[in-house]
Design a protein. Structure first.
Length: 163
């Protein structure tokens, strides 16, 4: 479950370190708040916590980006975040066809709106049904169905062009 949660968070954030922090935070909150629950109740609770933390991360990034834009308008100094070295370079073993396909799928998923990303990952990767996904995301089952359908349509259209 942790590896899949990390992958979800990494797709949502685009950053390994941020994703790791999010997953660790979700696990800590699960243990602190729900240690008394049965083990079968943990996966939906964990995913609810995980999705909540991802949404919070997006909100914080939005505020940070506004501040960065503000400071860029008011000073000529280079932003250290923009000039930092990218540590997410591809390794040689990732050149295999299967890895490239996975990367391409992840890139398409990254382009989806956040709610579609979350629904797609919970349904497809975690194997949750509509009701479990709705509970984890704290939304209606109809909303889950809509977001999942839209995500699948984008993926199908993207990969239909490649075939």
């Amino acid at each position: 479950m942790e590896k899949r949660a990390f992958k979800m968070a990494r797709i949502a954030t685009g950053n390994n370190e941020e994703a790791l922090d999010i997953v660790q935070d979700a696990m800590m909150r699960l243990v602190k708040k729900y240690a008394d629950k049965s083990a079968e109740d943990w996966p939906p609770l964990f995913h609810r916590i995980l999705q909540s933390i991802i949404r919070d991360w997006y909100r914080k990034q939005s505020v940070r980006n506004r501040w960065r834009q503000f400071w860029r308008m008011h000073e000529d100094a280079q932003d250290p975040i923009e000039t930092a070295e990218n540590l997410n370079t591809a390794q040689p073993d990732q050149q295999l066809g299967a890895e490239l396909a996975i990367e391409e799928i992840e890139n398409v998923i990254k382009q989806l709106p956040l709610r579609q990303q979350q629904v797609f990952m919970l349904r497809s990767v975690e194997g949750m049904n509509t009701a479990e996904t709705a509970a984890a995301m704290q939304c209606s089952q109809g909303s889950v169905k809509t977001h999942y359908s839209r995500a699948l349509a984008v993926l199908r259209q993207t990969f239909k062009q490649h075939c």
